[in-house]
Every structure is written in C-alpha cells, then in structure tokens.
Design a protein around this ligand. Structure first.
Ligand code: FMN
Length: 224
C-alpha cells in the first residue's frame, strides 16, 4: 500500500499512534457518558463489494458507535474501481484510521479494548491469512487479536464459486467461533434496490454484535 493509501489524507497513522478524524460525529464517549464506547474495528479488503464496508462505516456513525478503519491496498483500489467514493471520503467516515502496514497501531494489541471486528468485504487471501495466523498486515493481525481475545469477529467473505481451499479455511475459522457472513442476497423481504440488499446484510452483521437498534431491514414476522 502506498504510505498515504493513495488518498493524501494525513489522518492515517504511520508511526505508533492511531489517527482520529475530527469530522466524525460519533466521538469516543458512551451514550451514558460514564465510560468511552469501545471501538468497532472495520477491516476492508480487496474483494468486490467495497460498498459493504463503506455502508458499515456510515451506519456505525449513524448509531454513534466509534469505528476504527483499516484498509488493505486492494480495498483502496476496489473503492476507486467500484464506487463513487474516493478513498479519502471513506477514511473520513471512520472515527479512527490505521494504515494496513502499521503493526504498532492500537488494534494490533489485545490490550486495546474493542467491541470486535468486521471485515467487509473479506477476500479469500485475507481469510487464508487469518485462518493460518499469518499476520503480515494489520487487517490480519487485528483479526487474529480479535480471535485470541475471544471477541466477536465477522467475516463478510466474498468469492464465487468457492474452492475447497476457501471452504476449508472458512470451516477452520467457523470452528473457532468466527462468524462467516457472506453478502448473499435474500429475497423474502422483497428488496426494491441495491441499497435494500446492502442494508439487509449490514443489519444482519450488526445483529451479530447484539446491535439491534437499527431499521436496516424488516424482520421476518414484524410486518402487520
Ligand atoms: C475488482 C476486483 C475484484 C476482486 N474480487 C475478489 C473477490 O470477490 N474475492 C476475492 O477473494 N478476491 C477478489 N479480488 C482479488 C483480491 O483483490 C486479491 O486476492 C488481493 O490480493 C487481496 O488482498 P487483501 O485481502 O489484502 O485485500 C478482486 C480483485 C479485484 C481487482
């Protein structure tokens, strides 16, 4: 990855500190004002579906849940190739941002408390790195830390078709309690737009963290 994610944004951290985005509305205080709200780590990697990671960041911000973003080199490229967003715009949605090469980031250590981590979207290369403990970049390292600290890890795994290698890696992770949540479209809520489809997956992902105070999709049985 280029040292500036290609964005020229100085909010990235390249030394030993994470960088904050002063533009964020969610900040770091809990809604009860008693203790800081723990961050949700959002990893974005280079599979198709960059919009899922972007929407996750937007929703966390709407819910005042602080996010800590780490983007792989190919995630940054996919953002440019697939979406109307610039990398800089995506970075600015997050509360904190760490460079994928910065192993000295706070989220590289289990001593830094977090709610857990979502990798959205998650490439098969990153699945393989996480499944094999190959912590060569911060996305994989933070995911490995999330597993070793027994925190929630959701992988929005994206590839089609899936080879036996992909399936074996995912099975290994699922057996460790990692949630494999592919961005698979459902039709029972009768989606009318791509936004509906994206929101449904983001809602399902947040539900995994018991974050249910959202209206991202209509729950089965809740229609009158
Ligand atoms: C446009 C585009 C779409 C891609 N889609 C996928 C995909 O859906 N799943 C996947 O595993 N890799 C996909 N790749 C390949 C990954 O980007 C590549 O394996 C990369 O090394 C992943 O690195 P990362 O996990 O560190 O981001 C795609 C690449 C490009 C350029």
């Amino acid at each position: 990855m280029n040292s500036n994610n290609g964005s020229g944004n100085s909010n990235n951290d390249y030394d030993n500190n994470d960088s904050g985005n002063s533009s964020s509305s969610s900040g770091s205080s809990g809604s009860n004002g008693e203790r800081p709200e723990r961050q949700m780590i959002v990893g974005m990697t280079g599979s198709t579906g960059a919009i899922y990671g972007i929407r996750m960041l937007e929703v966390l911000r709407e819910l005042s849940i602080p996010s800590h973003l780490v983007l792989s080199e190919w995630a940054a490229k996919c953002i440019r190739m697939e979406t109307k967003y610039t990398v800089r715009q995506v970075i600015e949605i997050a509360d904190r941002v760490s460079d994928d090469k910065n192993m000295a980031s706070s989220i590289s250590s289990g001593t830094h408390p977090t709610r857990g981590m979502v990798v959205a979207p998650c490439s098969m290369k990153t699945i393989s790195a996480i499944a094999n403990g190959y912590d060569d970049n911060l996305v994989a390292r933070a995911a490995g830390v999330t597993i070793k600290e027994s925190r929630r890890l959701i992988l929005m795994a994206r590839e089609a078709p899936l080879s036996a290698i992909h399936l074996e890696n995912m099975l290994k992770l699922a057996r460790l309690g990692v949630v494999i949540l592919p961005p698979v479209t459902e039709f029972y809520t009768k989606p009318e737009s791509i936004d509906d489809i994206i929101n449904h997956i983001i809602g399902k992902c947040l539900d995994q963290f018991d974050i249910t105070r959202h209206n991202l999709y209509t729950r089965w049985g809740s229609r009158t």
